[in-house]
Design a protein around this ligand. Structure first.
Ligand SMILES: *[C@@H]1O[C@H](CO)[C@@H](O)[C@H](O)[C@H]1NC(C)=O
Ligand SMILES: *[C@@H]1O[C@H](CO)[C@@H](O)[C@H](O)[C@H]1NC(C)=O
Ligand SMILES: *[C@@H]1O[C@H](CO)[C@@H](O)[C@H](O)[C@H]1NC(C)=O
Ligand SMILES: *[C@@H]1O[C@H](CO)[C@@H](O)[C@H](O)[C@H]1NC(C)=O
Ligand SMILES: *[C@@H]1O[C@H](CO)[C@@H](O)[C@H](O)[C@H]1NC(C)=O
Ligand SMILES: *[C@@H]1O[C@H](CO)[C@@H](O)[C@H](O)[C@H]1NC(C)=O
Ligand SMILES: *[C@@H]1O[C@H](CO)[C@@H](O)[C@H](O)[C@H]1NC(C)=O
Ligand SMILES: *[C@@H]1O[C@H](CO)[C@@H](O)[C@H](O)[C@H]1NC(C)=O
Ligand SMILES: *[C@@H]1O[C@H](CO)[C@@H](O)[C@H](O)[C@H]1NC(C)=O
Length: 535
């Protein structure tokens, strides 16, 4: 039983593997096969057997990584690109088979870590957990106890495999894939969010084997491994403020919350007053499928989700507008429409990887309170969301067998890395991209001047072309390059309308259909990255 679960966990902690244009003669060790699919993009599935435990050189135990590849649209191919959409633990399959553009290809199916013996137990534990540590005066203490209980049940039911989960092993898995592909032995990688931490780790562990590495939506790798990632919230509040600025600046009729003669900061304060009042005066919503009470936790969840991408903002504005009039229907409808299909089990998968990686532990709540306080201080809007991670890891009872401990300074990769940082990213701020870049010689940060999580949240043809030029021609942008997004905030315009002027400008010399396809691919990626990060 455990041998099987080990395999599941390991492939969970693995990656989505986009494999670009695989020559038919390679891949002796990857068993490619036709798989069930219902996708507009044809893809092939593959299995690769890798060691279960890299730290035990005498062990025979293995597990099977599940891979998916999508062929390159242009031949001859320039080599495979391995792709990680973030998470951690998020399956890459849906992500990639759903999108694919000129640059994109294939993924790895994932199977989850399991702490609870059945879904009923899992659901019970979930319902017992406050939505955030700040839903009430008692929520922080309750959350600590709930997380202790989670840590115990995970240890009880998964400790034989829990220490085999971690980013260093996943980095080694990736290099096994590179070897099995039998191309040039070099890694081409494109990672978002948690995928940037994986990318920074693999680049630090195997600097000589890096070809092209794009890391978009970057975590501060040092703070991640310490379990004190305060910097991740550096622009969360600015991104929330951007919602209100954008609302008032938008064309009349496009933001339901817009009112005459009000400033953005007044509007924001009204919503915050409403939010905190909901702690004491929740609203009963009209009969609804799942949510019948709109309280602080419900609204905070809706806000958090919306900060991932401005495409949610018009819906959130309608919901806010309703709430200001005491009508919760729109919020209920909004939450229903964006509710992620993310399985509850991802909470366990996320915890196993992230907490297994970091060294933050406490015996009592007071031991980790300084971290909680620092998060609260860094962001009033997401501090109590991220504090859950601190409590989950503070109580965690397992540790990855291998942790990368070499630091992130003066790393000389064979080829320079391209980092992408979003000006108003609510969770992976530009400053973290700059921090990571400072440790990798020759690397460059492309500043994507938009809102949402990673550059995909508010697509930009400029960003897309910069990334493509890097993959195709090894061209890095000049340091200080800033790309503006092409999709305005609170806009209902279609992608083609957005592109029309660009298409006209580029008609001579550039393939406009290609531009459209590229931006459409980026747009499809939008909103699909890393929705499971909050646990
Ligand atoms: C494939 O997707 C279409 C559209 O979503 C759906 O109608 C159809 O039932 C699916 N087929 C299979 C075999 O899943
Ligand atoms: C991908 O390319 C290979 C080699 O040309 C081919 O055998 C395979 O059928 C292609 N896969 C798909 C899904 O088109
Ligand atoms: C691929 O791996 C899965 C899971 O280990 C297994 O069920 C399946 O039979 C394998 N397929 C092939 C073609 O080896
Ligand atoms: C590895 O496999 C060999 C031969 O199959 C066996 O003799 C040995 O005991 C195995 N080692 C472990 C650690 O399981
Ligand atoms: C907004 O302010 C202007 C100028 O102070 C005033 O004329 C107008 O009546 C105000 N509109 C509303 C709806 O309060
Ligand atoms: C509440 O808002 C919804 C639209 O979201 C509307 O259909 C409904 O009539 C409103 N209810 C009341 C009591 O105004
Ligand atoms: C609180 O935040 C401010 C501004 O972000 C910072 O200067 C200060 O050091 C922080 N204090 C603590 C205790 O984290
Ligand atoms: C916690 O809630 C109080 C109001 O109840 C609010 O003033 C404070 O900003 C909140 N802090 C965080 C980090 O959510
Ligand atoms: C990056 O962040 C880490 C952790 O906060 C810090 O120790 C390090 O000095 C930073 N590096 C640079 C170049 O700012």
């Amino acid at each position: 039983m455990f041998a099987k679960q080990s395999a599941l966990i390991a492939s969970t902690s693995c990656i989505g593997c986009i494999v670009n244009a695989l020559p038919a003669t390679v891949a002796n060790s990857i068993i490619w096969y036709q798989c069930d699919q219902n996708s507009t993009i044809p893809y092939t599935c593959g299995n690769l057997t890798v060691p279960l435990d890299y730290s035990e050189s005498n062990s025979n135990q293995t597990f099977t990584l599940s891979l998916t590849k999508v062929n390159a649209t242009t031949q001859p191919s320039m080599g495979s690109i391995i792709f990680n959409p973030g998470g951690p633990g998020e399956t890459g399959t849906d992500f990639v088979t759903d999108l694919a553009g000129p640059l994109l290809i294939g993924t790895g199916a994932t199977l989850p870590v399991s702490c609870y013996e059945n879904d009923a137990d899992r659901l019970l534990a979930y319902l017992r957990t406050p939505v955030t540590t700040n839903t009430s005066d008692t929520a922080l203490g309750t959350m600590w106890a709930v997380k202790q209980s989670l840590a115990q049940v995970c240890y009880e039911n998964a400790h034989e495999i829990g220490d085999l989960v971690g980013t260093a092993f996943v980095a080694r898995d990736m290099m096994q894939i590179v070897d099995a592909l039998r191309e040039d032995g070099m890694l081409r990688f494109w990672g978002f969010s948690y995928g940037t931490l994986l990318g920074a780790t693999v680049a630090a562990m195997f600097p000589d084997r890096m070809d092209k590495v794009v890391l978009d939506g970057v975590l501060n790798p040092t703070q991640y491994y310490e379990g004190r990632d305060i910097q991740e919230l550096a622009t969360s509040d600015a991104s929330f403020a951007g919602f209100f600025n954008g609302c008032l600046a938008a064309p009349p009729g496009s933001c339901a919350l817009a009112r005459p003669n009000v400033t953005a900061s007044q509007l924001e304060q009204d919503i915050l007053d409403l939010l905190y009042d909901l702690k004491y005066n929740p609203i009963a919503a009209a009969p609804a499928e799942a949510t019948t009470i709109v309280d602080y936790g419900a609204l905070k969840s809706a806000i958090t989700l919306s900060l991932y991408g401005p495409s949610y903002w018009p819906g959130l504005a309608v919901a806010f507008d309703g709430l200001l009039q005491g009508n919760a229907s729109a919020l209920v409808a909004f939450v229903g429409s964006v509710r992620s299909s993310t399985s509850l089990n991802l909470i366990e998968v996320n915890a196993a990887i992230r907490c297994g990686d970091n060294s933050l532990r406490g015996k009592y709540l007071k031991d980790v309170l300084p971290v909680v306080d620092a998060l609260y201080n860094e962001s009033f809007i997401l501090g109590d969301i991220e504090a859950q991670v601190t409590l989950t890891c503070g109580t965690w009872l397992m540790q990855a067998k291998e942790r990368y401990e070499g630091g992130f300074n003066e790393i000389h990769t064979k080829n320079p890395i391209l980092f992408v940082g979003n000006t108003y990213d609510p969770l992976t701020p530009l400053v973290s991209a700059q921090n990571a870049s400072a440790g990798f010689s020759g690397s460059v940060v492309l500043q994507h001047d938009g809102y949402g999580h990673s550059s995909l949240a508010q697509p930009s043809l400029c960003t897309a072309k910069t990334i493509r030029a890097y993959f195709v021609n090894s061209t890095l942008p000049a340091p200080g390059t800033i790309c503006e997004p092409d999709v305005p905030l609170f806009s209902n315009v279609t992608m083609l309308e957005v592109l029309a002027p660009i298409a006209n400008l580029t008609k001579r010399g550039l393939n406009t259909e290609d531009d459209v396809a590229l931006l459409t691919a980026m747009k499809r990626l939008s909103g699909r990255v890393d929705m499971s990060r909050v646990f």
